[in-house]
Design a protein around this ligand. Structure first.
Ligand code: GDG
Length: 470
């Protein structure tokens, strides 16, 4: 029987008792793993004194997880270092924030080899293997070095940078070459896919076959865009859950009839939260009528706190939020509520439902699931308005949002004003088109397209019998 082996940096199988902490992605992968009797392999999140390669196998909620502990040096060089100080900023067009170091490079190679070495014995000849995200690009090549011949796919959750940016990375050709160990490489959007094709054909002498496959470094692989979705049906129900309703009532009560503008993001410089605060300030500046009639809530749970750039953006946002509130607050009105903590998904859904506007303005984002979650949580009879950055992958699907350029303060201000005054008929028209897309292209659609493409490759004899992905 074909099993699915998922390999990602972290493993997050939700337990039956607590699903609220898990994101939509982990729910979707868990469902796929249950269906295919697979294994989810990755780092436990724990650090050991020295790396032992010992695997902790667990069966949670019908899914087998296999985790390993890393050592402190791995965490510093692979996770904080190469993944989050080099690849993350570079792939989000922030070359200025990359802190390349040879030790990071070595750590990245070492941990990818460790992943491959430890997971290899768990993989059987008929299994299909699905590796996730920028932490693990060379993992496939390491598995091939260890004799693995299975059909193997890779999905990149973040953008692929233009070739001029990628070329700034030392040893970028090696990184790209390692992607040719997979049979299928998936991107979130056509734009990121085309940037990859451009690098292959313009920089390293590769060729695009008439059916779309790519030939380079002596191998031919399938490449395609697989825009990730959310569990839309589940998310549409969530505002009606007990927790969703309670959060809705609680926030509505606190608003006292004021319009709510919501932002929800991991605290990350790529999400453009600072420009959002500035746009809000500019709207309040130019539209004194709004004083006391609107509230912005920004939920931003801290992430990657050991990385310098994240400490810096946190300080900047603390100061900006203080500035906005100091400037406009009244004794009975705080215009900006900036919250550095996370909430269970059901509560988030209730908060989305209570919002008139979602302000989703990343400077660069692979997809952005918050935009889709906001739409799914709306009341069809009185839906809120989604303002969405043109630089989020989601903009390619959600064209009926108010699409903005987050680098243009005027554009941001105009969109916010327009969203706050949009008539019900227009809100409904936009919502109907957006919800159709969010429901049709949901997370199940995403994973089924990817897994069936990989299965097709396996059926046709792996790399030898590849056909184009439709
Ligand atoms: C990467 C890519 C791509 C946020 N705050 C809370 C909370 N969240 C959840 C959201 C959403 C998820 O976290 C964030 O997903 P995003 O897509 O917005 O962004 P990244 O974390 O950067 O994800 C991105 C994604 O991978 C998937 O491929 O879309 O482009 O960067 O689901 O709801 N969840 C809970 N409490 C919070 O306070 N429970």
């Amino acid at each position: 029987m074909t099993r699915l082996i998922v390999i990602s940096n972290r493993v997050n199988v939700p337990t039956a008792e607590d699903k609220s902490a898990a994101g939509g992605l982990s729910m979707a992968l868990t469902a796929a793993l249950r269906e295919y009797q697979g294994i989810w392999f990755g780092w436990s999140g724990q650090l050991a004194e020295t790396f032992t390669g010992q695997i902790a196998m667990r069966r949670i909620n019908g899914v087998t997880s296999a985790t390993i502990d890393l050592e402190e040096q791995d965490y510093e060089e692979y996770y904080n270092g190469y993944a989050n100080n080099v690849l993350w900023p570079l792939f989000h067009f922030r070359v200025d924030l990359t802190e390349y170091d040879r030790a990071f490079d070595a750590g990245y190679a070492r941990v990818n080899a460790r992943f491959a070495e430890t997971v290899r014995p768990l993989i059987e000849p008929d299994d299909i293997v699905w590796v996730h995200d920028y932490h693990l690009i060379p993992c496939g090549e390491e598995l091939r070095k260890r004799g693995l011949q299975n059909a193997m796919g890779f999905f990149l959750h973040v953008p692929w940078p233009p070739r001029q940016l990628l070329s700034t990375l030392p040893k970028h050709t090696e990184l790209v070459r390692s992607l040719f160990s997979y049979d299928l490489v998936g991107f979130q959007t056509e734009e990121w896919l085309e940037a990859f094709v451009d690098f292959i054909t313009q920089e390293v002498g590769g060729k695009r076959e008439p059916d779309g496959r790519l030939t380079c470094f002596g191998r031919t692989i399938c490449v395609a865009a697989f825009p990730i979705g959310i569990d839309a049906d589940e998310f549409m129900q969530m505002p009606n859950s007990r927790e969703g309703r309670a959060a809705y009532v609680r926030i509505k009560k606190s608003l006292v009839e004021r319009a709510l503008v919501i932002g929800v993001d991991r605290l990350d410089y790529s999400k453009g939260i600072d420009a959002r605060f500035q746009a809000y300030e500019a709207v309040l500046d130019t539209d004194p009528d709004l004083a006391g009639r609107v509230v912005m809530v920004q939920i931003a749970p801290p992430s990657r706190e050991d990385v310098n750039a994240y400490q810096l953006i946190r300080e900047q946002l603390d100061s900006l939020a203080g500035h906005v509130n100091g400037k406009f607050s009244d004794f009975d009105w705080t215009p900006l509520r900036y919250v550095n903590r996370g909430y269970p998904r059901e509560e988030l859904a209730g908060i989305y439902r209570a919002s008139r506007v979602a302000f989703v303005t990343p400077l660069r984002d692979g997809m952005n699931l918050v935009a889709k979650e906001f739409i799914a949580a709306q009341d069809p009879e009185d839906p809120g308005v989604l303002i969405l950055s043109q630089f989020a992958g989601a903009a390619a699907q959600l064209g009926d949002a108010l699409i903005v350029n987050p680098f243009s303060p005027d554009d941001m201000v105009d969109a916010l004003r327009r969203a706050l005054t949009m008539p019900l008929a227009e809100r409904k028209r936009r919502y109907e088109s957006l919800i159709r897309c969010v429901r049709e292209q949901d997370v199940i659609w995403w994973r089924e397209r990817f897994v069936s493409a990989l299965q097709g490759i396996r059926k046709h004899g792996g790399a030898k019998g590849l056909r184009a992905v439709s």
